[in-house]
Write a protein of this length. Structure first.
Length: 140
């Protein structure tokens, strides 16, 4: 089972660190090891945006055939499907599934419809990178 962490990064951070993904990944890994320390919390909140829960839930529920169950809690929203589980908090989104392809279909593809910069990390295997935005071309 793969566990992917998804962060909504501030735009200026994504521009500055787009090609410095290893540095960003190392910080996020350290943050998870030391999230109880105030310095790490401040740095984490300095570079991230609150996760766009409302936008993501709207997109997930747009496709009722894929929908299994949506559970809202005070601090956590959980989306459960046959293919995997998505948990959304104010700080990040986690997706647990069998493969990267399932994560792409369940979540990453849908994040491209949201205006934002998203960074993905799978800490167990040291995989990380940006969700590439959907190309929006204007017709004249």
């Amino acid at each position: 089972m793969h566990l992917y962490y998804v962060y909504a990064m501030k735009e200026e951070v994504s521009k500055e660190y787009y090609y410095k993904t290893e540095l960003l990944f190392r910080f996020l890994k350290e943050y998870h090891r030391n999230s109880q320390l105030e310095l790490y919390k401040l740095q984490f909140h300095f570079i991230t945006e609150p996760f766009p829960l409302i936008d993501l839930v709207r997109i997930l529920t747009r496709y009722p055939r894929e929908r299994m169950s949506l559970i809202h809690g005070r601090k956590l929203t959980k989306w459960v499907e046959k293919r995997g589980i998505i948990e959304i908090t104010n700080d990040m989104c986690l997706i647990q599934c069998e493969s990267f392809m399932e994560a792409e279909q369940m979540l990453f593809q849908k994040l491209r419809d949201i205006d934002g910069c998203f960074f993905i990390a799978e800490f167990h295997l040291d995989h990380y990178g940006w969700v590439s935005p959907q190309r929006k071309e204007m017709l004249l």
